[in-house]
Design a protein around this ligand. Structure first.
Ligand code: DHB
Ligand code: FE
Length: 280
């Protein structure tokens, strides 16, 4: 049977992708950000998954405001990097896992989660920047990826609790897939940031650190935080953090914190990053 081996959380700032693509990672501004991922690159080389189930948000690249699914699962054979206005990122096409994606879609929909099935879409920085942070700049991505898009762009977002429960249901789905696969669940986005309005530039380090503590140690309690508190405390784009709860819901109650990193700033964002491994 397939099994979930680890969860990873990371921010997905587009400027991080540009820094990688333009060879700027060792510049003084960026070096401390990328230093936080050196361990992660070594760790994942030793713990390479067969499939990454990657919860991220589309930023009006695949979906326009005409149609905005709350939860959308990518079931295609592959996903091309999206053109976000300055050409697609020079990164490999993302190979999907249509069989596992279809199984997860069936299992989650039959467990009363309303998913939109996506058979063709491009993937933006929300998905490709986390892949670059973890895998560097390979000729092809070393594993398959199931994109799972969560709407945190157009109000209303799903609640943290809904995301946490979805992660729990995802685990059952993966563990009932009859194939010998190591699956990692990644939650991306965050941490505190606000890109527009009078509070643009907002960062809240105390909130971010508390979120990391609670996500690890008392995720169910953290999951009950209402969406409005993310907006108030972590800024309008801080709501991206609900996607980390999908990752956490897919893991055991007890986890080992293999890696924890926090850095401000990267563009307008506080960067947070976790590697969590299941404990019995
Ligand atoms: C930034 C962060 C994001 O999460 C995003 O989607 C776009 C921009 C930023 O910090 O600039
Ligand atoms: Fe974002």
């Amino acid at each position: 049977m397939a099994r979930i081996t680890a969860g990873i959380a990371t921010s997905h700032v587009p400027a991080i992708g540009a820094a990688i693509d333009l060879g700027k990672t060792q510049e003084p501004y960026w070096a401390p950000v990328f230093a936080g991922y050196e361990f992660s690159k070594r760790w994942i080389a030793a713990h390479e998954p067969d499939v990454v189930f990657l919860a991220y948000n589309d930023h009006a690249s695949a979906f326009s405001l005409d149609v905005v699914p709350t939860f959308a699962i990518g079931c295609a054979e592959q996903f091309a990097p999206a053109d976000e206005g300055w050409g697609p990122r020079p990164v490999p096409t993302v190979p999907g896992h249509p069989e596992l994606a279809a199984h997860v879609a069936q299992s989650l929909i039959q467990s009363d989660f309303d998913l939109t099935v996506i058979n063709k879409m491009d993937v933006d920085h929300g998905l490709t920047v986390p892949l670059s942070l973890m895998f560097g700049q390979p000729q092809s991505w070393p594993c398959r990826v199931i994109p799972f898009a969560v709407n945190v762009v157009l109000y209303p977002p799903p609640s943290g609790l809904r995301c946490f429960r979805l992660g729990q249901a995802l685990r059952q789905a993966v563990e009932s897939f009859d194939a010998d696969l190591d699956v990692q669940v990644w939650g991306t986005g965050g941490m505190s940031h606000q890109l527009q309005g009078p509070r643009a530039g907002l960062i809240n380090k105390a909130f971010d650190q508390s979120f990391l503590d609670r996500l690890i140690a008392e995720p169910e309690a953290q999951a009950r935080m209402p969406h409005i508190d993310y907006m108030r405390e972590a800024g309008s784009e801080g709501i991206e953090l609900v996607m980390w709860l999908i990752m956490r819901g897919a893991l055991n109650a007890r986890v080992k914190t293999t890696h924890r990193f926090y850095h401000v700033p990267a563009s307008n964002t506080a960067v947070g990053h976790l590697i969590l491994e299941n404990q019995p």
